[in-house]
Each structure stands twice: as C-alpha cells, then as structure tokens.
Design a protein around this ligand. Structure first.
Ligand code: BEZ
Ligand code: MG
Length: 378
C-alpha cells in the first residue's frame, strides 16, 4: 500500500508538469499510522527505496534497502517529520526510518540514482559534519513537546510576515532522531534539507476530520511547506493523499480546501447540523474559517472565492449573521474579524462595497458583544 501511495504521489506531481522530485517532505502522524497499519511509514520507505527488516521471529528489527534494479527509479530523498504523538507511540518505527535514510546515504551507488546519498555528501561538505549527521532525515519536536506552534500564532494573529511562521516551525521541529532514537537539535541541518524540498505531502486518514476541520494539519503540513518555501526561496506544491475512500487519491492543497469548503463550511446541510449544537456549532464554523486562513498563511494556495462565499454565507446574510450572533456572540465576531484579517493579509480582495459591509457587520457584532457584556455587568 505504501509503495502504491508513493507511486500515486509521484504520478500526480509529474502530471502537473514537474520532473521527478529529488527531495520531498512527508508529515507522519501517529494515530494515522496505527489506523492504516503504517501506510504513511510504508510510503516514506518506498520513496527511499527501503523496506522493513524482520528478525527470525517476524519482529521488526530495522530496514533493508531495495536494490536499485528492483526499485526501477532513483532513491528519492525524504525529509520525514513526525508529530509528537508518532514519536511517543512508535519509537521502533522512528529508528527504522532513520536507519533507512542512513543506509541509503551510505550505499555505494551512482549519485544520479540515489538522491539521498547525493544530498548527504553535499550537506556533509557544506556543514562540515560526518555522514551519519548529514544522513539525518527524521525530525520532530524535542522531548515532551508537541506541535509546531504555527497554529497558536494563527489563532492569536500575533505575527506580521509569513516568514515568522516558518521560523517558529523550524524552532519547534528541528530535533533530529537518528538510528539510536535520541533527539538532537539540528536547526541548521533542517534548514539545509528544507532548501532542496520540492513538494510537501500528508495523508488524510479519516472522513471525520478534514484539513480545515482542525488546526493541526496546517500547523504541521502547512508549517513545513512555509519553512521549505522560505529556505528554498520558491513556492512549492503541497499535496494531500486522501486515503478515506477506495484506493486513495492525491489532491493539491488548493483542491482539497476547495472540496472541503464546498462539502463542509459552505454546505447548508453541514451548517444546519452544526447549528443544532448551539454555541459549539458556531465555534466549529469559526474554526473552519480560521483554519482556512491558516492554509493561506502557510501555503498561499487557498482560492479567493472561498473567502468571498464564506463572507456572503455567514456575515452578509442578515438572518444567518443574527442566528450566529445569538448562539455565540464571541465566535461570530471572531469569524467576521478573521475574514477581515484575510483581506488585510491580501488572501482575498472583496470589492469596496463588500468590504464596507463586512467591516460594518464586524462593528455591529462587536457592539452586540459589548452590549451583552455591559448588560451582564449591570
Ligand atoms: C497524531 O496522531 O500524530 C496526531 C493526532 C492529532 C493531531 C496531531 C497529530
Ligand atoms: Mg488506506
């Protein structure tokens, strides 16, 4: 399954008119790997051209390289970033991935058939480190830490330039896990690796959660996309491998956000079901909007019509606006302000009339909230 998913990812990237990538970034989550029997792990191994090695009892004990003749394409360099949960749940698999990258880096093979070795030798020379260090490809948080904190910045709007999101990501996720499984801070190496990443990718394993449902997807996948863009100086494609139906399907991030917007946040049936949950439902709708902005901030790949239609649906429709404000005054103001923030950050551009109406709605929602506050105080 991992090999098939990897082939599907490469096929989609080539179909977009790109050459075979030399280096890709994969985001691996713990729960997703448990649910799928290690599908994303298998995918990372397949790209590297490796497979698990089992001992005579059938227990996992390391990695083996697949010979190039059998692999039938070059070994692709993979920057593997693990969630803190993956690191906690799957220490053997963490070491397996590190060993696969190391074996690829030290294999005596032509460099045009082994991009891991080509890059590791270059990083070794550039950074003045040994091959073991230059071959580190598995990154996560330091001990006891979780997440990239990019979601916290988006939530609080406490950032000016998108590069700050990249910097935050690198500070949090720069702990390299080598063959011994111990994390070592390697920020410079991470940035060197990021500079050659040509695409970023993550699987989606559950129909219940989309990339705009929770803020963890843009935190990790968006975060690494932005960090790679900053390190390389060029925009790079971000893909989602939807594993929730059939054989799986690779979409661009832009396609995925558009799809989720149509089926969730802009779907009246979804919204009505949410609103049955009262204040919490409004909060969920607001989360969708905030997570959408998170994708704009990290990847710049959200189409402007998404914001326009969110604005029309939840702010400019007076009946809907009043319903939201009644059920959850605070979240409805946050939703409106998030759409205004998205215009200020140039993620979409409403015409003057729409912008004026949006701002005015924001003021009314704020007055409504303050009115509630003073009534409560009185
Ligand atoms: C994980 O299983 O790795 C994970 C789950 C939820 C959010 C982030 C990571
Ligand atoms: Mg599957």
């Amino acid at each position: 399954d991992g090999a098939q998913q990897a082939a599907r990812l490469l096929a989609r990237h080539l179909a977009e008119g790109n050459p075979l990538p030399e280096s890709v970034a994969l985001v691996l989550w713990g729960a997703d790997n448990l649910k799928s029997g290690g599908g994303p792990i298998g995918q990372a191994l397949a790209l590297l051209g490796a497979r698990p090695r089992l001992d005579s009892y059938g227990r996992l004990c390391g990695a083996d390289l697949i010979p190039l003749a059998e692999l039938g394409r070059p070994r692709i360099d993979v920057l593997i970033t693990l969630s803190g949960i993956f690191r906690d749940l799957l220490p053997l698999q963490t070491r397996l991935l590190a060993e696969a990258a190391y074996l690829a880096a030290q294999a005596d093979e032509p460099l045009e058939q082994n991009f891991v070795r080509r890059h590791a030798l270059a990083h070794q020379a550039a950074l003045g480190v040994d091959l073991e260090t230059a071959a580190l490809r598995v990154f996560s948080n330091g001990d006891g830490a979780y997440g990239a904190n990019v979601n916290q910045l988006i939530d609080s709007s406490a950032w000016q330039k998108e590069d700050e999101l990249a910097e935050t990501y690198c500070k949090r996720k720069c702990f390299a896990y080598g063959r011994n499984g111990n994390p070592v801070r390697q920020e410079e190496l991470l940035k060197t690796l990021l500079a050659s990443v040509q695409l970023a990718y993550q699987n989606l394993e559950s129909v219940e959660l989309g990339v705009t449902t929770v803020d963890h997807y843009f935190d990790t996948l968006g975060g690494i996309g932005r960090a790679a863009r900053r390190a390389s100086g060029t925009e790079l494609p971000v893909y989602i491998g939807d594993q929730t139906q059939g054989e799986g399907r690779v979409r661009t991030l832009s396609e995925q956000v558009s799809l989720e917007s149509r089926t969730r946040s802009l779907n009246p049936r979804w919204a009505e079901e949410m609103l049955k949950h009262g204040a919490e439902g409004v909060r969920q709708i607001e989360s969708q909007v905030t997570n959408t902005l998170g994708w704009s901030a990290t990847t710049g790949q959200v189409e402007p019509w998404v914001y326009r239609e969110l604005t029309q649906t939840y702010v400019l429709d007076p009946a809907m606006r009043e319903r939201l404000a009644r059920l959850n005054p605070r979240a409805s103001l946050r939703l409106c302000n998030r759409l205004i923030e998205a215009t200020e950050r140039s993620y979409w551009q409403p015409d003057e009339e729409m912008l004026r109406a949006l701002r005015q709605a924001g003021e009314e929602l704020e007055d409504n909230l303050e009115g509630l506050g003073s009534r409560a105080a009185a």
